[in-house]
Structures are given as C-alpha cells and as structure tokens.
Design a protein around this ligand. Structure first.
Ligand code: NAD
Length: 254
C-alpha cells in the first residue's frame, strides 16, 4: 500500500462524482486515513462515512471547512491533529468555475473564483504546514488546470485561468520554501474530466470537436486524476517537488 497509515486531507472532497472524492477513495484503498473537508451543504461527514460503507477502511473523518476562511481552515487542522496527531498529505482540490468573457467579469466574479482556488490553497496549506514542519515530512498536491497553461480550458473564463495559474506559482514557491523541511509540493493540471463541475455544460455540437483535440480520444474520468495525485502524495514521488503533472489525455503537449 502506497499510503499505509498516512493522514490525508482533501479539500472540496465531498462531491461523490468529483476529483476529490475519487482521490479520497484511492487514498483509502492505499491505506490512508482520509479527512474530507467541504462546505456544510456538501456534507463531508456523509462522504467520509461512505468510504467505510464502501469497504475502504475505518477511521476516516469528514469536517465542515470553508477554504476561503482562514479560521475555518485552522480549526479543521487543529481537529485533525487532535484526532490523529499528524497530517501527512494535503490535497488542495476545492475549486469553482464560471464561463465568462473577459470584459464581462465583475469584481464579485473575480473574488468568488480566485477566493476558492487560490486563497483556498493558501489558507488550507498555511493551516497544515505547522504540523508538517513539526514532523519534518509532508506532501501537498494542488489541483490546478490545463486552463492555467493554455489561457482557458473548455468552460472556465479568464478569471478561472488566472486562479489556476496562481495556484501553480503558489505551489512552486511553497516547494522552494519547505523543501528543507522535507515537505514536497506539486501540482496536477487536469484537462477535461467528467464531474459535476461541467455536467450538462458541454454542448453536444462541441463534443466531437473537443474529442478531436484529445489524442487519447476520450474525456477524462475522476480516477485518471486521482491516480496521479496518489502518485505525487506517495513515496514513489519522493524526489519530486515543484513539478506540474499534466493529466489531460494529450490535449496540451508542451
Ligand atoms: P466539483 O464541483 O465536484 O468539486 C469541487 C468541490 O469543491 C465541491 O465538493 C465543492 O463543494 C467544494 N467547494 C467549493 N467551494 C468550497 C469552499 N469555499 N470550501 C471548501 N470546499 C469548497 O468539481 P471537480 O471537477 O471535482 O473539481 C475539483 C477540482 O478540480 C477543482 O479545483 C477544479 O477547478 C479542478 N479541475 C477540474 C477539471 C474538470 O474538468 N472537472 C479540470 C481541471 C481542474
């Protein structure tokens, strides 16, 4: 098992069809105690309980936490350390998107999109880093997007692209600052993956054109991303820090 007895925290992990929950499943399969953080409306406790009912081990935890709220992240980290005594892995997965043309982006749109992906990555990482520094070990994986690399994905607007590009910069800077504490920080950049974030939003007449641009000729599945996150979180990747791992079926080869 790649993550035996590791304590792995996943933000925005409660959506059963999402990348976060697929990662939670795979990490639990690999022996981790998984902590799912999400908004109250997403019911992170139910998601954590589901891991156990799916036969993926016991002792997982669901906590309500809003990544845009620093105190909420700190309270979650304190509860995790109180229960498990350590935090080995953080996956900065929470994110929201919005299709928008450049001139139509309002200040409120900008705040909402950047706050969850970028400020959320800052606050959740700040909350877990003291425990990782005390242990002198840890792995943080940040979910960016192909949108950051190609100036827009399929659905998200320029502010989403900017938020996800910001995540790459923040993660690389963390990798530099915390390498000396044996804490690795890496990113994955998913292409188009079928989850609730884009469900029903890809017009049928655009679908074939999108597939034509993907050498592997299919839209991604959440488990495609989860496998790469597990790899980066595990000791298989123990000499990788500051990397960006593309998970896009070849949509962007650069
Ligand atoms: P999703 O909507 O299923 O998951 C997002 C989760 O974030 C939800 O559970 C939501 O409740 C949670 N969340 C939103 N605001 C939050 C907040 N303030 N605090 C805590 N949690 C919050 O979508 P997904 O596709 O699984 O997205 C997961 C991540 O992957 C996102 O960062 C997204 O931008 C990124 N991503 C997705 C794709 C794709 O094609 N699906 C591609 C590239 C990147």
């Amino acid at each position: 098992m790649l993550l035996k007895d590791k304590v792995a925290v996943i933000t925005g992990g409660a959506g059963i069809n999402g990348l976060g929950f697929a990662t939670a499943r795979m990490m639990a399969e690999q022996g981790a105690k998984v902590v799912i953080l999400d908004l109250a409306a997403a019911d992170p406790q139910a998601a954590a309980a589901r891991l156990e009912t799916e036969g993926l081990g016991k002792g997982h935890l669901g906590l309500v936490a809003n990544v845009t709220d620093k105190a909420s992240c700190e309270a979650a980290a304190a509860a995790i350390v109180a229960k498990y005594g350590r935090i080995d892995v953080l996956v900065n997965n929470a994110g929201v998107t919005q299709p928008a043309k450049f001139l139509d982006i309002t200040g409120a749109d900008y705040d909402r999109i950047l706050d969850v992906s970028l400020r959320g990555t800052l606050y959740a990482s700040q909350a877990v880093l003291p425990a990782m520094v005390a242990q002198q070990s840890g792995a943080i994986v940040c979910i960016s997007s192909v949108s950051a690399q190609r100036g827009g994905g399929i659905l998200g607007g320029p502010h989403y692209s900017a938020a996800k590009a910001g995540v790459l910069g923040l993660a690389r800077a963390m990798a530099r600052e915390y390498g000396g504490s044996n804490i690795r920080v890496n990113c994955v950049t998913p292409g188009l993956i079928a989850t609730d974030i884009n469900k029903g939003k890809i017009p049928e007449d655009k679908r074939q054109g999108i597939l034509d641009g993907i050498p592997l000729a299919r839209i991604g599945e959440p488990a495609d991303v989860a496998g790469c996150v597990v790899f980066l979180a595990s000791d298989l990747a123990k000499y990788c820090t500051g990397v960006t791992l593309d998970v896009n079926g070849g949509m962007l080869i650069h």
